[in-house]
Design a protein around this ligand. Structure first.
Ligand code: CUA
Length: 332
């Protein structure tokens, strides 16, 4: 919700209570020592002021090593609590869940372009269902932006040429602020919008209102239109490696190293194919740098991901809900 001034934003995600508790702890420690030191300065300087008659002969009698130990151990314990607690909160946010809805976000001067896996896209608004983990895969078309949802206690920089991601699980229906939190030019202050948290049924209804093509099928069309399928197919004649069951798997490169086929690898291989040549293939693929929009690159990646058979809980591999991995033979 958006009332007027609030000291703290709403707690609308599963992260919010934990982040706030840590923040309160840090604030209390800082306040406690600030007040303690301030009081000590005031009280002692009044008590031992020059005109006061005090016994100044008695020196501190405690053994010095005890004092040393106290001011080593107390700060050490406090900072270790802060470190472990902070690191746990950090890793909780930085490890992406695997069962999440994955949306793509493209930032540009000065707007946020968001697309849902069913195709519906929106600008400066983000509709999400209540109680389900949502992952945002983000990239910028121009300069550095930062995607910030105060009510969810999440913020992540959005960079040109590089994917970043963040996730959250909304816990309270409503409408919350979305900000760009990195100065990015004249209209930075207007690069804002809203997150709308809906009941899952409402969200499904909202998704159905879109007319855009789902990213996977847009990617499939692009794959054919750009002629990717003339080299990337299964078979001895293929000039490029097959992309079926590639996503998330290790790839043996010509220089002997092994990399994981994640979004960053696929992006690099589309834009700069010579950077990582797969073992057994020649570096003949042309670059698509400057020829594809960020949205189109996302679509191609979504299509390549859809060609991957993911293992289900039972350990049995099962095909994902995506077009079957059709591999067309190109001219040989
Ligand atoms: Cu984008 Cu500030």
């Amino acid at each position: 919700m958006e009332p007027g001034f609030q000291l703290f934003p709403d707690q609308a995600s599963s992260f919010a209570p934990g982040v706030d508790a840590l923040y309160a702890f840090l604030l209390m420690i800082a306040a406690f020592f600030t007040i303690l030191i301030f009081l000590a300065i005031v009280v002692l300087s009044l008590y031992y002021r020059r005109s006061a008659v005090r016994d100044r002969k008695q020196r501190v009698s405690a053994k010095l090593w005890i004092l040393e130990a106290v001011w080593i151990v107390v700060p050490l314990v406090l900072t270790m609590v802060m470190f472990v607690w902070g690191a746990a909160a950090y890793f909780e946010q930085r490890v992406m869940p695997t069962n999440a809805i994955e949306l793509t976000v493209v930032g540009k001067q000065w707007m946020w372009k968001i697309q849902h896996p069913q195709g519906r896209s929106e600008i400066n608004e983000l509709h999400v269902p209540l109680g389900q983990p949502v992952v945002l895969r983000m990239v910028s078309e121009d300069v550095i932006h930062s995607f910030y949802l105060p009510a969810f206690r999440v913020k992540m920089d959005v960079l040109p040429q590089r994917y970043t991601s963040l996730w959250f699980q909304a816990t309270k229906p409503g409408r919350y602020h979305l900000f760009c939190a990195e100065y990015c030019g004249t209209e930075h202050a207007d690069m804002s919008g809203h997150v709308i948290v809906m009941q899952p049924a409402e969200y499904a209804e909202w998704l159905a209102g879109g007319e855009e093509q789902p990213p996977v099928s847009a990617g499939e069309q692009l794959f054919t239109r750009r002629g990717c399928n003339t080299c990337h197919f299964q078979g001895d004649q293929a000039r490029g490696p097959s992309l079926a069951n590639l996503f998330g798997q290790p790839v043996q490169l010509a220089d002997g190293t092994v990399v994981t086929a994640d979004e960053a690898y696929l992006r690099e291989s589309i834009l700069n194919p010579a950077a990582k040549t797969v073992a057994g293939y020649q570096t003949i693929m042309p670059t698509f740098e400057g020829q594809l929009s960020e949205e189109q690159i996302f679509h191609l990646i979504e299509y390549i991901k859809s060609l991957t058979v993911v293992p289900v809980e039972s350990g049995q591999p099962a095909p994902v809900d995506a077009p079957a991995p059709t591999v067309e033979r190109g001219p040989s």
